[in-house]
Ligand binder design. Structure first.
Ligand code: C5P
Length: 333
């Protein structure tokens, strides 16, 4: 039998998110800028003769058929008429209900991993229809990097311009339901008209500092009225991030996690210390570009039985080791 696959399931942040209005299918029409970061869960896929089982010791992760990773495996098994089963072991690091796409990323990771393990040869484009049925954010994780999300967020266009930055992700330790935030938004939603901010960002009209300052998250107000206890924490976090010189501080998706984007590693390090001194739980991360995401996948899927500790993305343990400042933008064709 084929050996196990050990994979990284990366988190995302939304650099910007505009809600254009309600759709007939009950979802919302979005324009969002997705970005993968190197905060990740670990997933091990072990083939078994039959049945799909999931193991995870995080108290908020369901171990039944409602787990998105299990649903992904079941959907692919049906689609590929696969006889065998799989054991999915998830080591959670990405906060649950944090707007960081943890469950969606787990589902996409299982699709990509099982596509390889079961030798179906569908690839990201062949998996896309299955991914979008599992959830609006799942297709993005088949692509990764900096990408534009349209429609429900499930039409994904990788950008030529990839964001390279340090990211501080702050977990206020309180999950927020995405569905509840969208419902709350509907109570006061006026459809957006003539908003071209994200398109201008994508079309390179906006560069440097200005590029980020115009981005906003239309879900923020709804999230904070859905979870009023978060408001004070979010204001404090944003104050520390902005005071620390970040280029963008925002709520990710429907929250509850906040993030700050930093061009300068020293500023990021100082803001990290300030947040930790205020007793916030902080993850210090880097963006994962489209190229790095693809490299990660080809490394993990290229060889089976990837050993413990072997990972697709080179991680630095300390920002101190990095002395040169890199430009925020690089263009890849
Ligand atoms: O697709 P997913 O199950 O991840 O979405 C969670 C919830 O967020 C949906 O049930 C829906 O209420 C809301 N949503 C939405 N419009 C989107 C994406 C998500 O209304 N474009």
């Amino acid at each position: 039998m084929t050996a196990a696959l050990r994979l990284r399931s990366f988190a995302k942040i939304n650099l910007g998110l505009e809600v254009m209005g309600q759709r007939q299918d009950g979802y919302h029409e979005l324009r969002t800028l997705f970005q993968t970061i190197d905060l990740h869960d670990d997933i091990v896929l072990r083939p078994r003769p039959r049945g799909i089982v999931v193991r995870c010791d995080h108290p908020q992760v369901p171990l039944d058929g409602s787990n998105l990773a299990v649903r992904a495996a079941e959907a692919l098994k049906r689609h590929g008429r696969v006889g065998g089963g799989v054991e999915i072991t998830i080591t959670k690091r990405v906060p649950v209900g944090g707007g960081l796409g943890g469950g969606s990323s787990n589902a996409a990771t299982v699709l990509l991993g099982l596509d390889r393990l079961w030798r179906l040869g569908l690839g990201p484009s062949g998996l896309h229809p299955l991914a979008r049925r599992l959830g609006a954010d799942v297709p993005f994780f088949l692509v990764g990097g900096t990408a534009l999300g349209l429609a429900r967020g499930d039409e994904v266009y990788p950008l030529r311009r990839q964001v390279h930055a340090r990211v501080l992700v702050v977990d206020p330790g309180r999950p927020v339901s995405t569905a509840a935030v969208f419902r709350r938004l509907d109570e006061g939603l006026t459809p957006r008209e003539n908003s071209y901010t994200i398109f201008r960002f994508v079309s390179r009209d906006l560069e440097g500092e200005n590029a980020f300052s115009v981005l906003s998250n239309d879900l923020e107000e709804a999230a904070l009225s859905q979870a009023p206890d978060l408001r004070v924490a979010v204001e404090r976090i944003r104050g520390i991030l902005k005071g620390g010189g970040c280029s963008l501080a925002a709520l990710s998706g429907s929250g509850s996690s906040c993030f700050g984007l930093f061009d300068d590693p020293r500023k990021a390090r100082r803001a990290l210390k300030a947040l930790e001194a205020s007793r916030f739980k902080v993850f210090s991360c880097r963006t994962v570009s489209l190229e790095a995401y693809r490299r990660a996948w080809s490394r993990s899927l290229g060889r089976e039985d990837v050993g413990v500790g072997a990972g697709p993305v080179k991680e630095r343990t300390s920002w101190r080791s990095r002395t040169s400042r890199s430009s925020r933008w690089t263009t890849r064709s």
